[in-house]
Every structure is written in C-alpha cells, then in structure tokens.
Ligand binder design. Structure first.
Ligand code: ADE
Length: 319
C-alpha cells in the first residue's frame, strides 16, 4: 500500500459564481505540474531526473520508481522506508528535503530538493583528493548530519560519497534513505530512540561496509560512523581505505581492518581516522568524541555555524 500521507496537497479557494459560496478544494500535484529534464542519476531501482515546476519555475530532483519493477523485485518496503525516513527528517540541515510524493499508473514519484552541485563522488573524481581545509569543512557537515539523523532514530546504513549531495552553496545534503533503518521511539520517553536496536539484513556498499556487518550480519548506528571514517580517509588519500580488485577481497580487508595511510597523510587526521576505523564498534570513537577531536578545533558544532561558513575553494591535498 502506498500511503497518501504527506502527499502534495494545495488547498485552493473556489467561489461558485452562481451561489457566491466559497469552498476549499484540495488539489493534488501530479506529473502534469512539472517539466522533466535531464537525468541526474541512476539508482538500482530508480532514476533521478531534473523537474521544473510549471507554476513556479522552481527546480526539483524527481526520483522515479517503476511500480512493476518494485513489485517484481520486492522493493516496495524500501520505498516506504525512504519516504518515512525523509518525512521524519524533513526541514533539517544536511538532509535532502522531500517536498511531494505522487504516483501514476506506472510509477511512484518523489519530488526532492535539487542539489545543483552534484554529489561528492564527482568532486572526489574531479579533484582526486581534498586539502585539510576542505576535508574539515565537508567532514564537519557530514558528521553533524549523521548526528542529526541518529538523534531522530534513523540509521542510514549506506553512507558513501554518491549519497552526499552538494546544494547551491556547496552545503552537504545526505540522500538515498532507501536502505535506512527507522528505530521506534523508546517506550515512556518523548524524544529518544533505542539506537542500539539490532538489525539483521545486508545493506551497504563494499568499500564503506563495517566489519560487524560482514562478521555477524549485525549493525547499529555505529556503521554510519565507520562509513564516515572511510570517507574522511578518502578525502585526503584520494581513495577509500579498503579497496581491492573485487568485492570479496575488499571484504577481507575490511574484516582485518587492513589499510595504510598514504605518504604525508596529516597526523591530526590520521589520529582521528585511527580512532574510527576500529573493528570493535564499542571501541570506536562516538560522535561527541569525533566532534571534539583536535581536527575540528576551529569548528563550533553547538551553534550551527558550520552550516553558515562559506565553502572553501576546492583544492586537492598536496603532500
Ligand atoms: N542526484 C540524485 N539526487 C539528486 C538531487 N536531489 N539533486 C541533484 N542531483 C541528484
């Protein structure tokens, strides 16, 4: 069942010319209200395209999911997870906004915030690596966004450069919550979730997958912190810490936590990465510890100013 809650509704005042009576009509947005443009990205069971509102000219990224495919591949569940996660996270910095959802006979549509500066994978490909200043700017926003989604009871489970988008001001926007885990609020409390809930099902991308998932098929919110550590390493080194010619060999490296810092890798980042890429999740640095690490000494996470500072000019890391 595709829930209608949170769907795009605009209420219009309509006055009947004969009776003079004014009534309110709910008008639902549909594909007819948008002009579809270029393809922005392809997922395993979806395509993201540029969409422009015919009424306002505002640009959106529309994620189109084929119903037939979703049913055949038994992915309907994941679409609902994505929608529920995005609705729970709506209006938060660092997370892509979901504006409308609708459907027609063949497809489901998610009207998402358009991030015109593309994804972090493209940035990494273009520049190879990032200098310390850039790495600090982007990683501060990424860890703060992860902190936020955890505080809302959501584990992303597939944090990777492709899922980190950049808006018009080069601010981070996490996307793709189709593999997220939504935790139920703890009973008898108002704003806290049982973040230690166990979850058993394989998700994630080889290079960023945590050892606990490979070993015991067990993950909790700390898998997102592991992925963050891999991405931070990659920003400086220009390649993820665990990379091999095939998935199997990559998994072996992950399980053994077998990685090596590149020559000239800055000591302060080295120290932080070492604290995160630890096999035992309980021994890994926590988000508050990461935020108070020396690498982030010039960042104030408490007052939100990391989201207000201008993006540094992107430059590769030079030894
Ligand atoms: N690619 C995938 N999602 C996107 C979005 N929301 N904005 C821009 N490009 C995207």
């Amino acid at each position: 069942e595709w829930a209608e809650r949170g769907a795009a509704k605009i209420v219009r005042q309509v006055t009947n010319p004969d009776t003079g009576k004014t009534t309110r009509q709910v008008v639902k947005k549909g594909i007819k209200d948008f002009k579809f443009g270029e393809t922005l990205g392809d997922g395993s069971y979806s395509t993201v395209m540029l969409a422009t509102s015919k009424e306002s000219g505002k640009k959106y990224a529309v994620k189109v999911l084929s119903k037939e495919y979703l049913i055949r591949q038994k992915k309907v569940k994941y679409v609902n997870i994505e929608k529920n996660a995005l609705q729970r996270l709506n209006n938060s910095r660092g997370i892509v906004k979901l504006y409308f959802t609708f459907q027609d006979e063949s497809s489901l549509y998610f009207l998402l915030e358009y991030a015109p500066n593309g994804d972090f994978l493209s940035i990494m490909k273009k520049y190879g690596s990032l200098n310390e200043d850039c790495a600090c700017y982007y990683s501060a926003q990424i860890i703060d966004a992860i902190d936020f989604l955890h505080s809302k009871g959501i584990v992303h489970r597939d944090i990777k450069p492709e899922n980190i988008l950049l808006d018009k001001d080069f601010k981070v926007k996490l996307t793709d919550f189709g593999t997220a885990k939504i935790l139920e609020p703890k009973p008898n409390t108002t704003d806290s979730y049982d973040l230690l809930s166990r979850s058993k099902s394989f998700v994630g991308t080889a290079e960023y997958v945590s050892p606990e998932l490979l070993n015991d098929n067990y993950v909790d919110y700390r898998c997102d912190i592991w992925a963050f550590g891999c991405i931070l390493f990659q920003m400086i080194a220009g390649k993820p810490p665990f990379k091999a010619t095939n998935e199997y060999l990559t998994f072996q490296k992950v399980m053994k936590v077998q990685y090596a810092f590149t020559a000239g890798f800055p000591l302060v980042v080295r120290d932080l990465v070492k604290g995160i890429l630890i096999k035992q999740p309980a021994q890994r640095l926590t988000i508050p510890q990461i935020k108070s690490h020396h690498f982030f000494k010039d960042k104030n996470f408490k007052d939100g100013s990391i989201w207000d500072e201008p993006a540094p000019e992107i430059q590769p890391y030079k030894v």
